[in-house]
Design a protein around this ligand. Structure first.
Ligand code: SAH
Length: 243
């Protein structure tokens, strides 16, 4: 009987892989993976494990999702332990839900192995807590990738008016548009923003700026990168502990 493990790989630092994910990876007959923040994880697999790359760059699929679903399904017909490995957490902008639904419809058994999402851990490695008493009572994780929708009309910008922390994933290439939209809904030009690239790895870079200057400051930063908007960004001055 075959089983598919929709598994979170964590944000980059290999030690942020869960013990469960590590065990599942060690037992895998096949690992179907995206561009991972830490490819070293694949070295944990047993000898003879097959690797299938179904890469995704910055949210843009190289292989269409339907084909990825099929690859996973076909693997389940061939192998007992199928691992679908995804950066961060599989259910946070990971399309893990879609893949699980596809398997459900085909009556393939599956398990979800949650991972540490970049949305929280990458700010943490930059010394930025997503909530902080007296500063931000909530946080929101938003996709900054709206290629099919040039005006971002699918994002309810008015909802972003409060002082809660906003983490944009897949938004680096739209940083300019995002900052302008936020200024447009009334956040000040000096409102704090951080862009964090390759978070939790040795190559982590953190650029701190304001809505007015961040897109210039973060211009040449490499992906993967996320954007944190909110007053919590200022805590980095005191809480920077990594890079
Ligand atoms: N499921 C993933 C997110 C997938 S969307 C998770 O839970 O983390 C991919 C986006 O995540 C990237 O475009 C980037 O915005 C962010 N991201 C993932 N790993 C990152 C890292 N190490 N540093 C900065 N951003 C990262």
């Amino acid at each position: 009987m075959s089983k598919v493990y929709l598994t979170g790989a964590g944000p980059g630092d290999i030690e942020l892989l869960t013990i469960k994910a590590l065990r599942i990876i060690q037992e895998a007959d096949v690992i179907i993976y995206d561009r991972l923040a830490n490819p070293e994880i694949l070295k944990k697999a047993k000898n003879g494990c097959e690797f299938i790359y179904v890469g995704k760059e910055d949210g843009r699929h190289i292989m269409p999702q339907d084909d990825i679903n099929e690859v996973i399904y076909k693997s389940s017909l061939k192998y007992e332990n199928v691992v679908r490995l995804k950066g961060g957490d599989p259910f946070v902008f990971g399309r893990g839900g879609e893949e699980a639904l596809y398997l459900f419809k085909r009556e393939v058994e599956f398990e979800i192995i949650p991972g540490i999402t970049s949305a929280i851990s990458v700010p943490a490695y930059a010394g930025i807590p997503v909530t902080h008493r007296g500063i931000s009572k909530s946080f929101r994780v938003v996709t900054g990738h709206e290629a099919s929708n040039r005006n971002f009309s699918s994002i309810d910008w008015d909802e972003l008016k409060s002082d809660e922390t906003i983490v944009f994933l897949m938004g680096l290439h739209n940083l300019d548009k995002i900052s302008n939209k936020l200024i447009g809904i009334g956040k000040g030009e000096n409102y704090p923003v951080a862009v964090i690239s390759k978070g939790t790895t040795k190559e982590q870079q953190v650029i701190v700026g304001t809505l007015a200057n961040i897109s210039l400051k973060a211009k040449n930063i490499p992906t993967p990168a996320l954007i944190v908007v909110g007053k919590v960004v200022e805590l980095r001055d005191s809480l920077k502990w990594f890079l």
